[in-house]
Unconditional design. Sequence first.
Length: 320
Amino acid sequence: MDKKKLAKQLAVIAFVIALFAGLDAGIYHFFIKRVTSHHSPGMQKMSVEVKDYVPFTNSPNIFPVKDAPKLEGDIPRIDGAAALLPLYVGFVESIYPESSVKFAGENYAPSSAMHYTNTRGAYKDIVDGKADIIICAQPSDEQLKYASDNGVELEMVRIGSDAFVFIVNADNPVSDITVDQARGIYSGRIKNWKELGGRNIPIAAMHRNEGSGSQTALIKFMGDEPVVPDYTALFGSPIGISFRYYVTGMLGEGKVKILKINGIEPTPKTIADGSYPVSGGVYAVYRKGEKNPNVYKAVNFMLSPDGQKIVEKSGYLPVQ
């Protein structure tokens, strides 16, 4: 190979490495790692430490109800979103028999009644009959179409709430944006932080995997405005999307901060009273016409006072 050509290639590689090294560590930890496929075991480990959320292990991250009646007979297979893992683990430890949960060191065994495959995998599995209950945010249009194409109608029962949030580097001087500005960022109308009172640096609008709970929430938030892919994400100062408790509770805020929207910080109070403008539901989802009575018993428990205590103690907002 020509030495000059090789030198140029090495220079390009070094430049790309320098760009990655220069990215804010907080945004990288919370967001960029999760852009790759979450179906791989490595991706699951990067987004959530699954071993920290295993029922019947005395984990401090789980808040079960003691002495709740256990399900008997046909135990429903339960799955769900990464951001909601503490919630459905709490349900499982409360009402599932311990023998129904099998953890194989890094993930749940195929024979386990509890699984963790994240939002996209969970919605596919509920349609395919590989899960009986999933705990997720609202499905995307594509996920609803997949259900319809396969002759499955989904029942969605709201069991809690959380806030959809925008996160930036902790040292970013911008701390507050409006709903219209957030839509402007993700539609490509606003391209530089100086337009929002920040530094003269391009905005790198980071996205999530298509079909993830966060990406679906972003699309719904945008309304009629299209989400424009950002092909220069490595060159600017990033903004990311997530859910409040995933950032503040499961991973810890670290070197990122959550932006206020319209001057309102997302707190349990502002989410509950509706003053924070971007909140969303947490749902228990099952197939319409489900024949297993334990599915209904499980969902009824989630809505019971004990179930709603688990919702609240796990970091989310109860519906009652």
